[in-house]
Design a protein around this ligand. Structure first.
Ligand SMILES: Cc1cc2nc3c(=O)[nH]c(=O)nc-3n(C[C@H](O)[C@H](O)[C@H](O)COP(=O)(O)OP(=O)(O)OC[C@H]3O[C@@H](n4cnc5c(N)ncnc54)[C@H](O)[C@@H]3O)c2cc1C
Length: 574
């Protein structure tokens, strides 16, 4: 096995990973920094797919306090308030950095100020964007900076294990598979950032990029780290529904469509949101997703089983101009977004839960930092549209600085636990020694289980059933092999590993969902539809125990504002 060494190893090249690499380099240019990524740097992950934009309080009349209150109330009082405060305050700095230092062009108003659009669930239009292709602008500019600074790259390298020292007191490095050669590489590092971007791709309909399979969360679980808020899976209300045989099904039609005044219609071509919420189509994602799901359950559906979104009443030419990317994507699938109706379905989009971490990115394992969608606590029970890319870029940058400081203070290349490396290699090579089986069938069963029983509407019976199904699926996967051929770019092998990560994290989601006997934000229990006492809010924490998942509850600390209070001093401008 090859061994490489670096001062800082960053896992993932989304907004969190690239900002971390850049800020670590800015903090200490002499450090050796390596970005290891499952795909190609700058071409993979979800930050590149960001359509709508980036929330930040910039405009006159808005304030960080207002952005904070929207985040806390949207998160149903479950966010860690110090993390949320850091998000909203640092986002202001980060957006200026993106524009003025990295060279991002965002859309502007005729008077030269940055244009900020409406996103659901917010009391102010604060979403900065570049048309509806904001992520490409951000990731391209970030990648250029990383390329130009001599930061090391391990592309198409998949992280498979966080390896500690033999006494378990600190992280020593990360075991990876070089996907191009099909062999194992151990990367020793003084500090490691986990920024593999979560990604709820275990649901039948989902939006994240195909390279994401919750590997980071599965590795963190195996390393004994606590995961919080894992029951909180956000469904975006409007995924494209283009039939079962296209990968376009599930991809997101952005929130700005509803923000701009788009209508949702049932199969009967009538609007239905008035039955569920006075904010109609501009209600938060959780409410709109549940409403659509209820219409679907009642059979008021389109030919493919979803509902319609209609934009034509806003003027087809305007829609075409404002939502160019969306209009083209729909046209590719045979739909006319500007002038006709497009079939949509709720689609699993984002995991609010993840690794518990501190404001500076540190985790409970010395040497391991985490940022972005792999982490939990920033958003609580619901993420506001536009707070995702703010989260990854804000905390990625902070973690980069913190890792540089950590390396200077206590960084050392530590000796890894060789037995742990050998055991992990054996576990990952296991499928080569087994008769080849049908991984597609396992994936379909996982999709069905998570969509039906751990999805938008949940109850104890369904969650209990799901836990049994997931246990059985894990056993089936562990008996299912991969033809022992060439390991170079063996995508079947990687599929097997993807499924292993997804099933492990699905069990965490179902366990946390069963434990939370109330309904908050994205988590809705039909058998416990009330939110419970907000002032006594607590959050779930799941860890891997000996052979079983352990679940605990911890109280939310209201460090800046208590339920019933607000930090907002000014009224909204008339
Ligand atoms: C279609 C879509 C639209 C969105 N629109 C918006 C929006 O308008 N506004 C907003 O705020 N948020 C939006 N989001 C959410 C936003 O993209 C994410 O919140 C955020 O960008 C995540 O950043 P990240 O750096 O944590 O992860 P990502 O950007 O997803 O990056 C993860 C990286 O980890 C790598 N990786 C994964 N597994 C491994 C492994 N085992 N080993 C090594 N590398 C690995 C991946 O290849 C990738 O490079 C959207 C998401 C999607 C899917």
């Amino acid at each position: 096995m090859r061994t490489l060494s670096t001062d800082i190893l960053v896992l993932g090249s989304g907004g969190a990973g690239l900002f971390a690499a850049l800020h670590a380099h800015q903090a200490e240019p002499s450090l050796s920094i390596t970005v290891a990524v499952k795909g190609l740097l700058g071409k993979c992950g979800c930050t590149r797919m960001v359509q709508g934009g980036y929330n930040v309080a910039l405009a006159a009349g808005d304030s960080v306090e207002r952005h904070f209150m929207d985040t806390i109330e949207g998160g149903k009082w479950l966010p860690d308030q110090e993390l949320a405060w850091t998000l909203v305050t640092k986002a202001v700095e980060r957006i200026h950095e993106l524009e003025n230092e990295l060279g991002c062009f965002f859309d502007r108003n005729p008077d030269g100020t940055v244009h900020q659009k409406a996103f659901a669930g917010q009391t102010f239009d604060r979403t900065v964007h570049k048309g509806d292709l904001t992520g490409i602008e951000i990731i391209n500019r970030l990648a250029e900076q990383v390329w130009s600074r001599g930061i090391g790259r391990l592309e198409e390298h998949r992280a498979v294990e966080l390896v500690k020292t033999a006494d378990g007191s600190a992280l020593a490095g990360v075991l990876m598979i070089d996907m191009r050669r099909g062999d194992f590489v151990f990367v020793r590092a003084k500090a490691v950032l986990l920024a593999t971007g979560g990604g709820p791709t275990m649901y039948r309909f989902h939006t994240p990029s195909g390279d994401k399979s919750c590997d980071g969360l599965a590795m963190a679980l195996r390393a004994g780290l606590p995961l919080r808020d894992m029951e909180m899976v956000q469904f975006h209300p409007t995924g494209l529904l283009a039939g079962a045989h296209t990968r376009m099904t599930g991809t997101v039609l952005e929130e700005g469509l509803r923000g701009a005044g788009g209508y949702l219609l049932g199969g009967d071509r009538q609007r239905f949101m008035h039955k569920y919420d006075p904010k109609l189509e501009r209600a938060t994602r959780d409410i709109v997703s549940r409403s659509i799901y209820r219409e679907m359950r009642a059979g008021n559906t389109t030919p493919n089983g979803g509902v319609y979104i209609q934009m034509s009443h806003l003027g087809p030419a305007d829609v075409r101009r404002q939502f160019k990317g969306m209009v083209e994507r729909c046209a590719d699938c045979g739909f006319d977004l500007a002038g006709g109706l497009v079939e949509v379905v709720p689609t699993a989009h984002y995991m609010m839960g993840g690794v518990m971490f501190r404001v500076d990115g540190a985790t409970q394992l010395p040497g391991l930092f985490a940022a972005g969608e792999d982490t939990g606590g920033v958003h609580g029970a619901n993420r506001l549209g536009g707070n995702g890319v703010a989260n990854s870029t804000v905390f990625g940058g902070i973690a980069g600085e913190a890792m540089a400081a950590w390396v200077a203070r206590e960084g050392a290349l530590r000796e890894p636990d060789r037995e742990a490396i050998a055991a992990s290699i054996a576990a990952h090579e296991k499928p080569f020694g087994l008769p080849a089986g049908d991984l597609g069938a396992i994936r379909e069963e996982l999709f069905a289980c998570m969509w039906d029983d751990v999805g938008i509407l949940r109850d104890a019976a369904g969650l209990g059933r799901a836990l049994s199904r997931l246990h059985a699926l894990e056993e089936t996967l562990m008996r299912t092999g991969v033809a022992d051929g060439d390991r170079v770019f063996n995508l079947t092998w990687h599929d097997w590993m993807n499924l292993a990560s997804l099933i492990a994290v699905s069990r965490v989601i179902a366990t946390a969902a069963l434990a939370r006997e109330d309904s908050r934000g994205a988590h809705f229990r039909e058998d416990f539809p009330e939110p419970g006492p907000i002032a006594q809010s607590d959050f779930t924490v799941v860890r891997q125990g000996a052979g079983t998942l352990e679940i605990a509850r911890e109280p939310v600390r209201f460090t800046r504002v208590k339920p019933g209070e607000t930090l907002i001093r000014e009224a909204l401008p008339a």
